[in-house]
Design a binder for this molecule. Structure first.
Ligand SMILES: Nc1nc2c(ncn2[C@@H]2O[C@H](COP(=O)(O)OP(=O)(O)O)[C@@H](O)[C@H]2O)c(=O)[nH]1
Ligand SMILES: [Mg+2]
Length: 290
């Protein structure tokens, strides 16, 4: 369903990618390499660079997303261009064994260094630190965190922006659990696991009424995510939940937009028994400590 919109454009893009050689100078410190002129000027450190309130930064953590990355990049480009909104995509890749980095370097040549930036890390360091690294390397006044696996459709972004502005909230969370939202492509086990996890969390934790605590498609004011991210200690699915719990505790306002979540077509999800145990531990920890 999501792929229909990119058919011809996606094919042309992939064709271009195959034709163009990758040639990017890596630059960085602390095990991360950044690419793109803007990032090189900053030496991977946004502290020296003014935040540009007009730009939306989309942070895309990638681990084995070489098939998905060109498509999500094109969809993001279309969504922002249609609305005449300036944006940058910041890919944070953890040395994906499928060589997603190579695809990212080629995409950077197609979309340009201002619109497509890369943070490359030496190994699989986890999603939480990938968000932090992407945040540090980004310059937009507003920040979108989302998966690169095509589960999150950029078509929802304009509505997220509209809700942030009209409701004057600090965070807009994409929700699968409100009228208009939903999931496609999950089996019954996955649906039950997600509903159960979300029900437990909304029942036990205080989040100001947010209906989807484990979702990971959200728009943040930069000040909000910069405040909250350093406070988050959970790993795995509890990570997204802790962001909203901490945000609520810090007095931030959370809005919601219903989203259609589509299960990934290429690649593998990380959900397994370990993740479920980790989630329950994280939930209990938040219940007793917040
Ligand atoms: N950089 C980085 N990205 C990751 C890591 N783990 C997952 N990702 C990416 O984070 C996003 C969410 O992961 P995913 O496997 O889709 O999780 P799920 O949707 O909850 O099953 C995807 O874009 C992954 O490629 C990691 O350790 N490092
Ligand atoms: Mg995913």
């Amino acid at each position: 369903m999501l792929l229909h919109g990119v058919g011809a454009r996606g094919a042309i893009l992939l064709f271009l990618l195959l034709l163009r050689p990758a040639d990017v100078n890596p630059y960085g410190t602390d095990g991360e390499t950044c690419s793109g002129q803007a990032t090189q000027r900053q030496a991977c450190d946004r502290n020296n660079t003014a935040v540009d309130a007009m730009i939306y930064s989309v942070i895309l953590p990638t681990y084995n997303e070489r098939e998905n990355l060109p498509i999500i990049t094109q969809l993001l480009h279309d969504a922002f261009s249609d609305e005449e909104i300036d944006y940058e995509v910041v890919v944070v890749d953890d040395s994906s064994p499928d060589n997603t980095l190579d695809v990212a370097k080629r995409l950077q040549q197609v979309f340009g260094e201002d619109h497509f930036r890369i943070v490359s890390r030496p190994g699989k360091l986890g999603l939480g630190s990938a968000y932090s690294a992407g945040l540090k390397a980004s310059k937009g006044g507003r920040v979108i965190l989302m998966d690169a696996d095509l589960s999150h459709d950029p078509k929802h972004i304009p509505q997220m922006i509209q809700v942030m502005e009209s409701e004057k909230v600090d965070i807009v969370s994409g929700t699968r659990y409100k009228s208009g939202g939903g999931v496609a492509g999950w089996d019954t086990f996955r649906k039950l696991t997600s509903c159960g996890a979300n029900f437990l969390a909304t029942f036990l934790l205080s989040t100001g009424g947010a209906s989807d605590l484990t979702g990971s498609f959200r728009l943040y004011e930069r000040s909000a995510i910069e405040l909250i991210l350093p406070q988050v200690g959970s790993k795995g699915y509890a990570f997204q939940m802790e962001i909203l719990v901490r945000a609520h505790k810090n007095g931030l306002k959370i809005g919601e937009v219903p989203i259609a979540f589509v299960d990934r077509i290429y690649g593998e999800s990380k959900l397994g028994a370990n993740e479920i145990v980790l989630y329950l531990k994280g939930l209990l920890n938040l219940f007793f400590t917040t």
